[in-house]
Design a protein around this ligand. Structure first.
Ligand code: ATP
Length: 239
């Protein structure tokens, strides 16, 4: 099987400062791939590089058979990647409904298609339907995270990238977010890349995992094997 997303020797920079070194990552259809690592390891930079938001000096990103190098973020969205950034970044002064509609900006939906997509989101996220007219900024952290994910799904993606979706949420809400990620993968059949500080949750939900250390892939493999490995347990799972 061919990977749907492939990073080959990707090197990324902020100005002249190199942050990613020869990153090789593959994501296959149907899988959840997690990316874990300490603060500053380069996890967010990897996602931003895929989305064309950080300068890639060397290497190649291929998605669904297309080279993404030097493509603008809106074209990458159109090519089928939904990116849910760290910190959710909902539009705080817009309503829930307006945020969802914004998620479809890279598609030229007819009114009927837009409604169909919105109905799909209301089925998956019933709480959002109850709050369509509420300003997004006045919602709880968990609700904003759900909105950010739903906004990403409005673009009808073929792959979803989530950056730290559990950050700052109460444990019971984290469980809800992980249920949603599981549904995106099993019900919608979309591959998912998940960047997570919570290494245990990340390894539990994913098929495979890449471990970033100082901008390099230090370990990778099946999550079920990494969760048993002594070095991963000691470094990332608290022993
Ligand atoms: P965290 O979990 O803290 O978000 P991360 O693994 O996602 O960490 P990145 O945010 O990708 O790490 O950061 C990787 C490195 O790049 C860090 O050294 C960081 O200081 C640096 N960096 C991130 N954003 C910028 C920027 N806009 N300009 C310059 N350097 C940056």
């Amino acid at each position: 099987m061919e990977p749907i997303l492939s990073l080959k020797n990707v090197c990324s920079y902020y100005d002249k400062v190199q942050v990613l070194y020869d990153i090789n990552v593959d994501v296959y259809p149907g899988e959840i791939v997690s990316v874990i690592g300490a603060n500053g390891a380069g996890k967010s930079t990897m996602m931003k590089t895929i989305m064309g938001l950080v300068h890639m000096g060397r290497g190649q990103v291929t998605f669904d058979g297309k080279k993404l190098n030097r493509m603008h973020a809106h074209k990458i969205c159109k090519a089928g990647i939904a990116y849910v950034p760290e910190g959710r970044e909902v539009f705080p002064n817009m309503t829930v409904l307006e945020n969802l509609e914004m998620g479809a900006y890279c598609r030229s939906y007819t009114a009927a298609q837009m409604n169909e997509k919105l109905e799909e989101m209301y089925t998956m996220f019933p709480r959002l339907k109850e709050r369509l007219k509420q300003k997004a900024g006045s919602m709880s952290g968990g609700e904003q995270q759900m909105l950010a994910i739903a906004r990403g799904l409005m673009s009808d993606p073929s792959m979803v990238m989530l950056d730290e979706p559990s950050l700052g949420l109460a444990p019971v809400i984290v469980d809800d977010v992980f249920d949603v990620i599981h549904n995106i993968n099993t019900v919608k059949k979309l591959p998912v890349i998940l960047v997570e500080q919570n290494a245990y949750m990340a390894l539990s939900i994913s098929n495979r995992c890449y471990v970033l250390e100082n901008g390099r892939i230090a370990h990778s493999g099946k999550s079920s094997e990494l969760i048993q490995s002594d070095v991963i347990r000691e470094t990332y799972l608290g022993g």
